[in-house]
Design a protein around this ligand. Structure first.
Ligand code: BMA
Length: 311
């Protein structure tokens, strides 16, 4: 049998609500980054209201995580963010750049869902910096390097006309964003035909920026969330070099198939290691956190040799 491209950790799930020292219903869709000697995980949890908050867990090795005693990020109670976070904060991503960590997350309110950007240097002090989109955006990941002096981000606006696709935008200061263009659409009658969205912040490889994204297929039994890979040009990330035509991960373990929302694997994080393996983290069925490992070279090869893009 062909080995799986992602080697699931044998002790999945790695974090569940039973591990959290305050009341939550789920632990999923987490960002993970290496900080000093630790791996820091920012995970999303549903409360019994159905709204979400973000907690923090730490690990010495990227496999075994312990949650802090209190949540890390809960909806702002005052200031300009309060109006836009009233229904909860969801699906964080972390990008290290310029000696700090940029945290993007979905801010839900009666005004819709938009993306908030917060900064931290130490995961103790958090500065809410700016709400960087209008309503109807999710899945915003910032590249860990600038391009010609500009920050770059991938995101996924909603549309009633076009299928929900991945876009790129640039900013000189993280506050004002522009030069937006569409980068990648869902592929009709493929595993990701319904909608796609950026997953983990892109990883730099010799051959391009590797983007692990999610794609959704609608069935008679509801939607299935899977993960795929795409490769962006190193100097011009708006240019796609390849998109693997197959998924790299689909719901298979019992806690991915059944849970708060069944048949979901959803990533917000991948950590590249010095040995060129990558730890990929994903929420299973919007209920628990899971992880697995892959070789960066294998993922890049998939993008280039099984690409759906035609020359
Ligand atoms: C998406 C987002 C994710 C979630 C997924 C599956 O629309 O809400 O947070 O994991 O649906 O329910």
């Amino acid at each position: 049998m062909k080995p799986d491209i992602i080697r699931r950790y044998t002790h999945n799930p790695i974090l569940t609500k039973a591990d959290i020292p305050y009341p939550v219903e789920t632990v999923h869709n987490a960002a993970v980054v290496k900080h000093g000697n630790e791996y820091i995980m920012l995970f999303r949890s549903h409360l019994r209201t159905g709204r979400s908050i973000i907690g923090l867990a730490r690990s010495p090795d990227g496999f075994r995580f312990t949650a802090d005693p209190a949540p890390f990020l809960t909806p702002a109670q005052s200031g300009p963010f309060a109006e836009y976070e009233a229904f909860g904060v969801e699906d964080p991503r972390i990008t290290p750049i310029d000696g700090e960590y940029l945290i993007t997350y979905s801010a839900y309110s009666r005004n819709g869902v938009r993306i908030a950007l917060a900064k931290t240097k130490d995961f103790v002090h958090l500065e809410r910096f700016s709400l960087i989109t209008q309503a109807d955006y999710r899945n915003t990941v910032i590249f860990p390097e600038k391009f010609d002096g500009l920050y770059a981000r991938l995101d996924r606006p909603h549309s009633e006309i076009a299928p929900w696709s991945i876009w790129i935008s640039y900013s000189p200061d993280l506050r004002y964003w522009g030069d937006s263009q569409l980068v990648m659409r869902p592929e009709p009658y493929h595993w990701d035909e319904m909608k796609i969205g950026p997953g983990a912040p892109p990883i730099k490889t010799d051959q391009g920026w590797l983007s692990i994204y999610h794609g959704v297929f609608q069935t008679m039994d509801g939607a299935i969330y899977r993960l795929g890979v795409a490769l962006h040009d190193l100097r011009d990330p708006a240019k796609l070099l390849g998109v693997c035509d197959s998924w790299i991960l689909q719901p298979e373990d019992p806690w991915e198939v059944t849970g708060y929302v069944h048949n979901v694997v959803f990533t917000c994080a991948a950590v590249a290691e010095p040995d060129r393996t990558v730890k990929i983290y994903w929420g299973g069925a919007d209920s628990v956190m899971c992880m697995g490992e892959a070789d960066l070279a294998d993922l890049v090869t998939l993008c280039l040799q099984q690409s759906r893009l035609r020359a």
